[in-house]
Design a protein. Structure first.
Length: 883
RNA sequence: GGGCGAUUAGCUCAGUUGGUUAGAGCGUUUGCUUUACACGCAAAAUGUCGGGGGUUCGAGUCCCUCAUCGCCCACCA
């Protein structure tokens, strides 16, 4: 046993993983050929932010993609995983601005537009795309030659083309509308970029005096500082309390303005006082009311959400929150505060800026989505695109059927500049792929496009659209998309719309929505909480394979994952188990030649047939699970197969023929090799590094080749009689019973003892006789008496025993037996059995059951009852023998 | 206000279309340096499947309802 000096006792992933990745990449293994005749299989990566670093969310997401890619590669398909990064407008702009402030004592605004953009590109060259390198550490087999960036020339051209086409169709327009404004980015945002948080707030009731001095109205607001923009007070036209006031004026406190009282259905008589202050510039509802009554729109804020000159000297320049307090104070000074209530309400926050957004009226570019949504809704409804889990389609439909115009312009610099030019002299607007050539002075729009306006084209822009490239021909539409449900609106829905509109074809067939990863306590992972482990640390500690396997194993379908680093012990231990199974095999001698296919003439043992049957079963269920995106279930199956079936039982059982040597050993080695190679292949998509290493260590795969191009195992054609497999299972059950007896008497496992086995039938006896060497080994027995007769208690004294399917096993411990304990144990077993038998009999004597249940269910129930009754008789006899 | 999800062993979770005695990992207890593996082996204990009602011969699984927790959407001034 000195044949495998190269295999250390405990698997160490670091070196192995560092060794294989460059070999794979330098051998061009991930390269895809759009001209091949093979069936295409493609995935586009959800492009991570170019500023990003690997998080556990990426680990989960990309592990699953890599599992799919490797699985389909092993199915012999032409696979292509398109990688790349996203320019992430606002995030990158503020990241680089921060960098400039920290490192160079300058900033965006100091540098000016052109220089700043130049510096962002520079930063991107230097620091960007870290995550792309990190994905290699994880083992991802993407086609890196095809890495793209959303601001590459080609992709930028696609963006302009799409903009121009949608403009010509009349979908894209520029208009004055209510939008969400981020005071930090000083830019407009789309509705989707606003996150609502429940907060404690105040509800201020103010008195607005009537201009004629005949009293006052009480209005309530959560935003007192916007009152400088009030241009009316609305009451419901049906409201008896106030309808006589419609048309009169109120004096707007803190200003010199008088504003009208208007009748509008927006005012709900049942809410508050029934009077609403109308601030068209700062509230979407008020904006609508303003339009109906032709009210002036007065913006009272600066771009950074401080108050502007319209608010008067006392308030101008104040931050909005300071201004709020100050306004209330001023109103109190005037005695116009009726009351202040505490309320809980939802406040919209800017996703990036993490401050409350302002809703305000602004001139922006919008895209009308109504028509684009129609075919995209149909694509999912008809089942052309399938969602996993399916329930997300409900969320999708709800959003798509109520889709609003998309605010696509951003007042930042980093991004795709909107291809629109203004002629200030003529007032003309030109929209085109390139600058206008017509004479005159043209000024390009300053705004850039929302980042998602390039990401929604990703599945085809990454393949070279609008050119008709071989990649588009071969790989579009892509097959599967793996992404988080948090970007279903931002990205998934919009990609479907873009695909249908510009390719006239869906962008992908299946969308798998991953789980959200949380910490042990169920909290979201975040930098600020400090509960976000660095995957690279985890990989250094446990190995990439361990992390991949663990996260797949613990990720339930469509639910949150509770993750902690310690859980990776599962994957690490599993890798070690596999390593040692192979190490054991290597210690037995060199690889056998027929490891790819066993000779049909080979006469197998019961254990070997059992193992191959289990293997076949596992291959079937793992394949189905992968096809149905049930990754965790596939991981559980393969874990069970390797650990429980292969290691715990099969290797232990094969030690008998291995020790016997000669032909027995030869055959055992062949079966071990055959099974091991299949196991390595099954596991490869989950744990690419260790399976590659072991496939070479075991000499299943030649030097210069890779397991990743071996075919994924399919069920082989060996058919086994289920009755034989059941006998093998029965033997293991008997062994378990025997071990339990030993354990019950605190007999060390290593100590050899005598057993007596009474077989339940002559056939079973014959089988057990054939298997007796195996029984000796698995039970570590000194001597086993195998008979049809019960242990002779009269002659030898009472013995502890356990009943199993094939027979009763007893431990003849003459004189040492604890009779009372044994009786108690038996009585407990009998009592439990009594219950089950009673239930079973009741069921079987129920005429309705017999009439309505399927035949198979009835037959199974009868067989079970028989088994239980036999077991019952056996236990009763054992009890009697103890008297 | 609408929608979705969760509630199963001490913890984290499996449990395909309703059909044997509800499973795994971790943890706990006991015994093991058995020549692949202590990142291990063998054995053991632990559950009124959130409460209530219903459908059914049969419910962890389907329906209704309540409770708790979480997420998403929605203009409540």
């Amino acid at each position: 046993m000195s044949d495998a000096p190269d295999m250390i006792k405990a698997y160490e992933p670091a070196e192995v993983e560092a060794k294989w990745y460059p070999i794979w990449e330098n051998s061009n293994y991930f390269h895809s050929d759009p001209n091949s005749g093979k069936k295409p299989y493609s995935i586009v990566i959800p492009p991570p932010n170019v500023t990003g670093i690997l998080t556990l969310g990426h680990v989960l997401n990309n592990t699953l993609q890599d599992i799919l890619i490797r699985y389909h590669r092993m199915l012999g398909e032409e696979v292509c995983w398109f990688p790349g990064t996203d320019h992430a407008g606002i995030a990158t702009e503020s990241r680089v601005d921060k960098y400039l402030r920290q490192e160079e004592n300058t900033c965006r605004d100091d540098l000016g537009r052109d220089e700043f953009i130049r510096r962002v590109w520079e930063w991107k060259q230097k620091y960007g795309g870290t995550i792309i390198r990190q994905l290699r550490t994880l083992g991802c087999s993407a086609d890196w030659e095809r890495e793209r960036f959303t601001m590459d020339d080609g992709l930028s051209m696609a963006v302009r083309k799409v903009f121009v086409e949608l403009y010509k169709k009349g979908y894209i327009y520029r208009g004055q509308r209510m939008i969400n404004w981020c005071p930090v980015a000083k830019s407009a945002l789309s509705d989707e970029e606003v996150i609502y948080k429940e907060e404690n707030g105040k509800f201020y009731h103010f008195r607005y005096p009537l201009a004629d001095g005949s009293g006052y109205l009480v209005v309530a607001t959560t935003r007192p500082e916007t009152m400088f923009g009030d241009t009316a007070v609305a009451v419901n036209p049906e409201d008896e309390r106030y309808k006589h006031l419609i048309g009169k004026m109120v004096k707007l406190p803190l200003t010199d303005r008088e504003i009208p009282i208007v009748g509008d259905i927006h005012a709900d008589p049942t809410k508050g006082t029934g009077c609403v202050k109308i601030t068209p510039a700062h509230d979407p509802n008020d904006f609508e009311v303003g339009k109906r009554h032709n009210l002036e729109v007065i913006n009272v804020m600066n771009p950074d959400a401080s108050m502007n000159a319209r608010c008067g000297e006392r308030f101008a320049g104040l931050d909005r929150f300071t201004a709020r307090a100050e306004t209330v104070k001023a109103m109190e000074e005037l005695g116009l505060v009726e009351k202040i209530e505490d309320i809980r309400h939802a406040v919209g926050y800017s996703e990036r800026g993490n401050v409350p957004v302002e809703t305000l009226v602004s001139s922006q570019w919008f895209c009308n989505m109504k028509e684009l949504a129609k075919p995209a809704i149909e694509a999912v409804k008809s089942g052309k695109i399938k969602f996993y889990p399916e329930r997300w389609s409900k969320t999708y439909f709800h959003w798509m059927e109520n889709i609003q115009d998309w605010c696509i312009s951003r007042q930042i610099w980093w991004g795709h500049r909107i291809p629109a030019w203004y002629n200030d002299e003529t007032g003309e607007v030109y929209v085109g792929m390139e600058a206008p050539t017509a004479p005159g002075t043209w000024r390009q729009e300053e705004d850039v496009l929302d980042t998602w306006f390039s990401s929604w084209l990703w599945p085809f822009s990454i393949m070279g659209w609008p050119e008709k490239t071989p990649e588009l021909q071969k790989f579009y539409p892509t097959c599967d998309l793996v992404t988080g449900p948090d970007i279903i609106f931002f990205w998934v829905a919009r990609m479907i719309m873009a695909g249908c509109e510009f390719m006239d074809e869906i962008p992908f067939k299946n969308v798998y929505f991953t789980s959200i990863i949380r910490d042990d306590l169920g909290r979201k992972l975040s930098k600020s909480l400090g509960n976000s482990p660095d995957p690279l640390d985890v990989i250094a500690q446990y190995g990439a394979d361990a992390l991949r396997f663990t996260i797949t194993y613990i990720a339930p379908v469509g639910m949150d994952i509770r993750y902690s680093n310690e859980k990776c012990e599962l994957g690490r231990n599993f890798a070690n188990k596999l390593w040692n199974a192979c190490r054991f095999r290597r210690l037995q001698g060199p690889v056998t030649p027929d490891f790819r296919r066993l000779a049909p003439s080979l006469v197998l043992t019961s254990d070997e047939r059992w193992m191959l049957a289990k293997l076949n079963e596992a291959i079937g269920s793992i394949t189905t699970a992968l096809e149905e995106f049930r990754f965790h279930s596939a991981a559980h199956e393969v874990y069970e197969l390797v650990w429980s079936n292969f290691c715990d039982w099969f290797i232990e059982a094969e030690k008998v023929p291995l020790r016997a040597g000669g032909e027995d050993k030869e055959r055992a080695l062949m079966v071990l090799d055959y099974a091991l190679f299949r196991i390595l292949k099954l596991l490869h998509p989950f744990m690419p590094f260790i399976t590659e290493e072991l496939a070479h260590q075991m000499q299943f795969v030649e030097e210069g080749k890779s397991i990743m191009f071996e075919s994924f195992p399919t069920m082989d054609d060996m058919i086994f009689d289920p009755a034989q497999i059941e006998l093998a299972d029965g033997k293991f059950e008997l062994v378990r019973a025997g071990r339990a007896l030993k354990s019950g008497y605190n007999i060390p496992d290593g100590k050899k003892v005598n057993f007596h086995i009474k077989a339940n039938s002559p056939e079973m006896l014959a089988f057990l006789r054939e298997e007796s060497a195996s029984l000796y080994s698995l039970l570590n027995a000194a001597e086993i008496k195998l008979e049809l007769d019960a242990f002779d208690t009269a002659a030898n004294g009472a013995a502890p025993a356990q009943a199993a399917q094939l027979g009763t096993i007893s431990l003849p411990l003459t004189g040492l037996i604890d009779v009372a304990a044994e009786k108690a144990k038996l009585n407990k077993q009998i009592a439990e059995l009594d219950k089950s038998i009673a239930g079973s009999r009741a069921k079987l004597s129920n005429e309705k059951f017999l009439a309505k249940a399927p035949e198979k269910v009835i037959a199974d129930a009868k067989a079970l009852l028989e088994k239980m009754e036999a077991r019952h008789a056996e236990l009763t006899a054992l009890l009697a023998s103890l008297q």
